[in-house]
Design a protein around this ligand. Structure first.
Ligand SMILES: *Cc1c(COP(=O)(O)O)cnc(C)c1O
Length: 426
């Protein structure tokens, strides 16, 4: 194994790494349920769900079956001029579980691309109405929307790599990150900054893009639903579209099927990804209304200008349709409530541990925010000693376990975090 590991570190790029690599790498042999098995035989509770995606656990019999059945029929076929039942089945399910106002589904291969697609839709929508100036975006500080260029341009301007790519990035507008936490009293003056920007620049702004309720990779921050409701009103008032990026929050993670439901609002454009296939394959989708689709199609080009090679991949679509069935046939609401309770119970009192700045839980997301940036490798080593896989970033040690995690497993996860915090604080 160590030869292969050496090869890996010399020749393969991992997320946000230098070359040649100088970091710990843990080879995974297999995974089942909530457990990862490393090649050396160690078993770890996976507290990350492979970055929000593996909501039903690994190696799920029904998702395996959906994959196997589809491989026997056709794994991939181009989507230009051809179609197939898995795409239709999946689109039907997506339209059934999202608001009635959304009628159209555009499939793509990753979350970042679904954000690019959403932004293009917004620009083409205004262009078709002779408003080509409306081509910029307003985003929230502390947001994360992906690593491709347009997506990166709406990520937090400070921690979102803007300084590195400044010359190459379109310049967008940023309003303050929502201050009022989920569950706290709403401060009505929260919207002043966003309103000021929209009032001054709405003629240049195609859309507001945000992650509803949960800002994920930009800081794991849970904000007040009223913020979302007010932003919806401001978008209507200033004739700006609202793009909800539910790539992380979709499919139950925040306790609602989609986080927009916390505020009972409907976005004009919705992006989903990550958990869409239950973590089996990369697939994403951008949903919008007939009104927006028809307006785009009435424009100069007569169509929406995007079409990835692997659009609507049948294998991914079939697994995604099965994953939605598994979710809806489970008692997901009480499961999520149970997970939230277990996380709250497990992390109770952690705010008093040395070095801890804040502890917060929403749905199946538990966050321990430290006062200082953590040494990721040291923290990971102590977690692994206690049989747990997490991938901290910045000052955050956090978990978003799979929905099948038992109370006992959540308790073990939280215990491991506690020991790790204590070990790394001293
Ligand atoms: C992960 C993520 C993305 C990007 O998705 P990829 O599949 O990694 O391209 C975009 N927005 C949010 C909110 C995400 O969490």
């Amino acid at each position: 194994m160590s030869d292969s590991l050496q090869f890996d570190k010399r020749h393969i790029w991992h997320p946000y790494t230098g070359m040649p690599g100088d970091y710990d790498l843990y080879p995974v042999e297999s995974a089942s349920g909530v457990y990862l098995t490393l090649t050396d035989g160690r078993r770890l509770i996976d507290g990350m769900s492979s970055w929000w995606s593996v909501i039903h656990g690994y190696n799920h019999p029904l998702l395996n079956q959906a994959a196997q059945q589809q491989i026997e029929r056709v794994s991939h076929v181009m989507f230009g001029g051809l179609t197939h039942q898995p795409a239709i089945d999946l689109a039907e399910r997506l339209l059934a579980i999202t608001p009635d106002e959304l009628d159209l589904v555009f499939f793509s291969d990753s979350g970042s691309v679904s954000v690019e697609v959403a932004m293009k839709m917004a620009v083409q929508y205004w262009q078709a109405q002779g408003k080509a100036d409306k081509s910029r975006f307003m985003a929230l500080r502390g947001g994360y929307h992906g690593d491709t260029f347009a997506a990166m341009s709406v990520c937090d301007p400070v921690n979102g790599m803007h300084h590195l790519f400044q010359q190459a990035l379109p310049q967008q507008f940023f309003c303050n990150r929502p201050q009022t936490r989920f569950g706290q009293d709403w401060h009505p003056d929260e919207m002043a900054d966003a309103e000021k920007i929209l009032a001054e620049h709405h003629q240049q702004i195609a859309a507001v893009i945000l992650e509803p309720i949960v800002q994920g990779a930009g800081g794991m921050w849970f904000y007040h639903p009223q913020y979302l409701a007010e932003m919806r009103k401001l978008c209507d008032q200033y004739q700006v579209l609202l793009i909800a990026d539910e790539i992380a929050t979709g499919f139950g993670r925040s306790g609602k099927l989609f986080a927009c439901e916390h505020a009972d609002i409907v976005p004009d454009i919705l992006c989903i990804g990550k958990a869409l296939t239950g973590g089996y394959l990369s697939l994403a989708a951008t949903l919008t209304s007939n009104k927006i689709g028809e307006t785009i199609s009435s424009g100069e080009s007569g169509c929406f200008m995007h079409g990835p090679t692997f659009m609507g991949n049948p294998l991914a679509c079939n697994i995604a349709a099965a994953s939605i069935d598994v979710l809806l046939e489970s008692d997901w609401q009480s499961n999520l409530q149970g997970l939230e309770k277990a996380l709250i119970k497990g992390l109770t009192g952690y705010q008093h541990l040395p070095g801890v700045a804040d502890v917060r839980v929403l749905g199946a997301i538990g966050v321990v925010e430290m006062q200082n940036p953590v040494d990721v490798q040291a923290v990971q080593r102590s977690l692994i000693q206690r049989g747990v896989w997490l991938r901290p970033f910045g000052r955050l040690i956090y978990t978003m376990p799979s929905y099948i995690c038992s109370d006992q497993e959540i308790a073990e996860l939280c215990e491991a975090i506690k020991y790790t915090v204590l070990e790394n604080a001293t």
